[in-house]
Ligand binder design. Sequence first.
Ligand code: ATP
Ligand code: MG
Length: 407
Amino acid sequence: MIYDHILVRYGELTLKGANRKIFVNKLRSNVKRSLMPLQGYTVKANRDRMYIELDEGADIEEMCNRLKKVFGIYSISPVLKIEKTLETANELAIRFAKGYATGDTFKIDVKRSDKNFPYDTYALQRTIGGAVLDATDHLSVDVHNPDHNIKVEVRLDAIYMYDKVIAGAGGLPVGTGGKTLLMLSGGIDSPVAGIEVMRRGVTVEAIHFHSPPFTSEKAKEKVIELTRILSESVGPIKLHIVPFTDLQKQVNKVVHERYTMTSTRRMMMRVADKVVHDIDAHAIVNGENLGQVASQTLKSMYAINHVTSTPVLRPLLTLDKEDIVKKAKNIGTFDVSIQPYEDCCTIFTPKNPITEPDIDKVEKYESGYDFEPLVQQAVDGIETLHITSDYQSEKDSATQALADELF
Ligand code: ATP
Ligand code: MG
């Protein structure tokens, strides 16, 4: 079947009353951006749905794949727009039906929003269904659980017909919910945490703490690749790479070994907090999950959180690991996350980190040194990359490094 439109249904947008216009406009620009490199379409958004008009030869499969990732879309359907007559409706339904396998069942499902159309819903269902049965001999009708549901929408401007509904990503259009700073490690959890907040319409910039030479270029490239995958859903993402070596070394010099993990995390928070202000964001997001590791007990989160009054969002807090893994696989970050490059925390992880840190103790250890200049120095040394879904340069250099190793 060659379609001439893609119908895009909005998700929770319908609930948003007065804000609807802002949401629809944002969704329209997000849709355009996600389809940007492709050719042969026009996007037409109205209050309650969006139509993407297709030129001949448009790559509809690739378009649907891209649209499936855009937040704020509830579902999509490739559709055909036809003249408003019973004959054309019959003809098209027959064309759909001729593509179905022998023994399959179908149903005609009519929605008639043009109340002046001369046939009512029931008459249309019966007539079109009858025309299909007359013209074919390999199908039967099942109104309860059909293999194929041929939807016929009689609207003011035309009849739209389709038989596929593809689930969208749901959520709200990115850009309608403010901005956050995502603490992005190379692990499994933080990219998923990022997607979870982006689903709710929030724009994300990412921050990664990098400790060369203890962490390799490859660890950094892994984070770039994770950011690139996230950008496939939401468009370009700014990635702030923080030179963290000096701070981390200093923590290990002055803080008791069992407390270095807690203190390192507190330094990350202090840097993140400054960046939040610099980029005009209003929350920090991380991939923490209650009870998962030593730094993720409630008492530990309390001690780490104590250095900032900025809200820290933890979308994965109560999930089970297997659910996080499932989500990571769906997003496509899992295979990258499990590559074995050291992250800056694993390198310095003490053998026996404290799981229930005492906040007075950690503050006492840290008071042995004025960390503020080093925190500021880390912020000042940030390298900011603009990662797009086709970001290449770092990958090329990774390939080059691999090639160098081989020869
Ligand atoms: P992840 O899988 O996201 O790495 P994790 O289960 O390994 O999480 P931790 O290593 O304890 O947990 O990290 C908790 C959170 O702290 C991470 O989800 C991430 O948000 C943040 N984080 C840890 N290391 C870094 C880093 N090098 N750069 C930026 N954020 C980090
Ligand atoms: Mg980690």
